[in-house]
Design a protein around this ligand. Structure first.
Ligand SMILES: [Zn+2]
Length: 195
């Protein structure tokens, strides 16, 4: 599988440094105290359309956010990050939020490994280094598994429930922490509870 996202946005440069200077000069207010005030952490996808600071209207120091491909929780780095936060500050809730039209729905580990193995020089952005394949083989991309008759929504909700369960059962996530699961609908902008 690799279908589902045949098109990507056309390249369009963005003036990052100019935008930051405007932010620093016009918007930024220094906040010397660490610790998200809501005591809520969000684990979600790195998709550029899935921005919790936007869809929850968060300001600085409101919540901490962990983003990775798919917003999956079963990774050492997600647990490492939760651990770091939870020794500094209370975490009242962790929200697992996956989203519709996620790129992780469109590929399998096998497809990614085959792509790296084939290493077409015409890959977007050029080929990988010649020794890339063993590294790709060592990584699980945690694809959203398909079952017969599944809708996209079924697959997203199942992955959310798996990730909620993973956090609930992990010894490094404190039992007092509420773990909740959500789906962010890119079309409506709504974040809907799903467990
Ligand atoms: Zn995604």
């Amino acid at each position: 599988m690799g279908e589902g996202h045949d098109q990507t946005n056309p390249y369009s440069p963005y003036a990052f440094e100019a935008a930051n200077k405007h932010y620093a000069n016009q918007i930024h207010v220094p906040d010397p105290i660490v610790g998200a005030r809501s005591r809520v952490g969000i684990i979600t996808c790195c998709d550029a359309r899935c921005i919790p600071e936007r869809f929850f209207n968060l300001s600085e120091n409101e919540a901490f956010v962990i983003r990775n491909g798919g917003g999956r929780t079963a990774s050492e780095d997600v647990i490492r990050t939760i651990l770091l936060v939870s020794v500094l500050s209370e975490i009242k809730e962790l929200k697992v939020i996956h989203h519709t039209d996620c790129g992780s729905l469109a590929f399998s580990d096998e497809w990614i490994r085959e792509t790296v193995a084939r290493n077409d020089p015409l890959l977007p952005g050029g080929p990988f280094k010649s020794d890339a394949l063993p590294w790709a083989e060592a990584i699980s991309t945690q694809p959203f598994h398909m079952r017969p008759g599944d809708t996209e929504r079924d697959r997203i909700e199942r992955s959310v429930r798996q990730d909620v369960q993973y956090l609930k059962s992990h010894p490094l996530v404190k039992p007092a922490t509420l773990i909740t699961g959500w789906v962010y609908d890119l079309h409506t902008g709504l974040v809907e509870k799903c467990d």
